[in-house]
Design a protein around this ligand. Sequence first.
Ligand code: PSU
Ligand code: MN
Length: 304
Amino acid sequence: MKEFIVLSEEVKAGQAKGLPIVALESTIISHGMPYPQNVKTAREVEQIIRDNGAVPATIALIDGKIKIGLSDEELEMFGNSQGVAKASRRDLGYLLATKKLGATTVAATMICAELADIEIFVTGGIGGVHRGAETTMDVSADLEELAQTNVAVICAGAKSILDIGLTLEYLETKGVPVVGYGTDELPAFYTRQSGFDVNFQLDTPEEIAAMLSAKWQLGLKGGAVIANPIPEAEALDHTFITNIIEKALAEAEENGIQGKNVTPFLLGKVKELTEGKSLDANIALVKNNAVVGAKIAVAYNQLH
Ligand code: PSU
Ligand code: MN
């Protein structure tokens, strides 16, 4: 297994010194945001993690290896090339064996993080149960991964391109805790409110670290969703974004978008219809998650 894993110098040195490490995904770079904002954001997020006392490890598949920590050139390559596959759990074996470039989703990043002994992972949003999943069966592999892989995902809640209620039901069935960071309501990515409660509200990185530690010490497999609301000043108006999401969903349906193309299509459409406002919000919330995630990693590290 170890033959597939390559740590960057920064991550290797960090692990040797016992520093907290924070995993970051690469699908958000290759398929979640346009160039050049994607690369700029990826670099800034890494720096925020350093500034808050942890070591960033952006994860991707390159030339038959799982890279834990990317160079500046590699970040640029993932942000600015067409031929990067979106890599989820099912794709890992194929992409490694064929030595193709793979941008890891939340699910695949969790798998790779666990292989590299990284417990804390920061991103923007997780996949979930899509609206209409009763008939399409479009349920993100991210949810199954949260059920079985011991990595906590700091995100801004679940986007309303998803069926948030069904996503919470799925996570409940799988025993995945959904924690609100300083809130009792699950944030909905672009907005701070969703109308759904989280399972537990915790207000400090130390409390979250203690919860994760207790869960895993018991041998309870699986991750946790740590939902951190977008900062008030960056949040989009609820009615504005809801109308746009409805339009994006209708266009996806008209165009027969399916499978792994659904989420990138919807994100791109929402960006276009908001004239970039959704992208600004997305960038702001990821940076906000990086601050919180780094602090959780520091607190978790102190317990171990
Ligand atoms: N949500 C976002 N931005 C993203 C994604 C989700 O706001 O980039 C990406 C993540 O990598 C997530 C993936 O794991 O989409 C989910 O895709 P799917 O719905 O196909 O499982
Ligand atoms: Mn899907």
